[in-house]
Design a protein around this ligand. Structure first.
Ligand code: NDP
Length: 277
């Protein structure tokens, strides 16, 4: 028996980044995992990685859909039930920060709808649709938020930040509602993590590398001096989904950000330098 033997897990957005690392970890721990996204080629590769990590072929279920389509959500759930007979864990990980050339208060209303559609509404819909199944298994939900949710402002991407803030409050509300049925709900709030996140914003690799190097080299951005790896976040997601280890954590958002959310600009600098001593 391994840690998640016999547990059926859905991970949205598992074709890349944090979701991919989480799928590999759950496979290593013996779970039955539904991986899903829109990119079938990448899902094929991740399925192979899960097998290499020790997963069994019969424990990997691939569903290629757009999560913002109601039919797509139904397919993820139905396919998981058909294959594994139940749902024990739902990881709401898929998300994106879109760019269309507008920023700050000039961001378009189309961008607002697109951003909230995947980062917030899809999570609400997946929870509503899986609720009855998770109550049957006394299951777990882990939502993937972001430190962009605040309390610090993120003026260049207000809709992304607000969608994650909405998600945090939804996590708390749903956690208190569902714990009465034995379902635990929590979330994870990453800081900067090296994934396909910036590619999905339409930014090429070299811009992503430049931005990450900039942030990692400045202690007012990332005090730890390094960007997170998807595996760092996957470990936390798996921990929260593990009732044996996290049973008393309800409705919390656990931050993993190399210290980013702790620094206010002036505190990141040496007092001696500031005073010229
Ligand atoms: P990636 O871009 O690497 O992965 C995003 C995943 O979401 C992909 O598998 C993608 O699949 C899936 N996805 C996006 N839109 C859809 C859609 N409409 N339908 C189905 N799947 C979709 O990003 P990350 O791994 O970084 O992001 C994972 C989560 O972590 C997100 O919620 C993000 O907000 C959060 N986060 C990330 C941070 C970072 O610095 N990377 C920081 C804080 C939070 P496909 O393309 O195949 O459809």
């Amino acid at each position: 028996m391994t840690r998640f033997s016999g547990k059926s897990v859905i991970i949205t957005g598992s074709s890349n980044g944090i979701g991919r690392a989480t799928a590999v970890l759950f496979a290593r721990y013996g779970a039955q995992v539904t991986i899903t996204g829109r990119d079938s080629d990448r899902l094929e590769v991740i399925g192979q990685k899960m097998l290499k990590a020790g997963g069994l072929p019969e424990n990997v279920n691939v569903v290629v859909v757009n999560l913002t389509d109601s039919d797509g959500q139904d397919q993820i759930i139905q396919s998981t039930l058909n294959r594994f007979g139940k749902i024990d864990v739902l990881i709401n990980n898929a998300g994106a920060n879109f760019m269309d050339g507008t920023m700050n208060t000039d961001q378009s209303i189309d961008l607002y709808h697109k951003t909230f559609r995947i980062n917030f509404q899809a999570v609400v819909e997946m929870i509503k649709k899986t609720k009855e199944h998770l109550i049957k298994t006394k299951g777990e939900i882990v939502n993937i938020s972001a430190i962009a949710a605040g309390p610090q402002a993120m003026p260049m991407a207000p809709y992304y930040a607000a969608s994650k803030a909405a998600l945090d409050q939804y996590t708390r509300c749903v956690a208190v509602d569902l714990i009465q049925y034995g379902v635990r709900v929590n979330s994870v709030s990453p800081g900067v993590v090296t994934t396909g996140f910036m590619n999905a914003m339409g930014l090429p690799d070299q811009i992503q590398e430049k931005a990450e190097a900039f942030m990692a080299s400045r202690k007012e951005c990332i005090p730890a001096g390094v960007c997170g790896k998807p595996e760092d976040i996957a470990e936390l997601i798996v921990f929260l989904a593990d009732r044996k280890r996290a049973s008393y954590i309800i409705g919390q958002s656990i931050v993993a950000d190399g210290g980013s959310s702790l620094v206010a600009g002036m505190h990141a600098h040496d007092l001696k330098d500031m005073l010229g001593l």
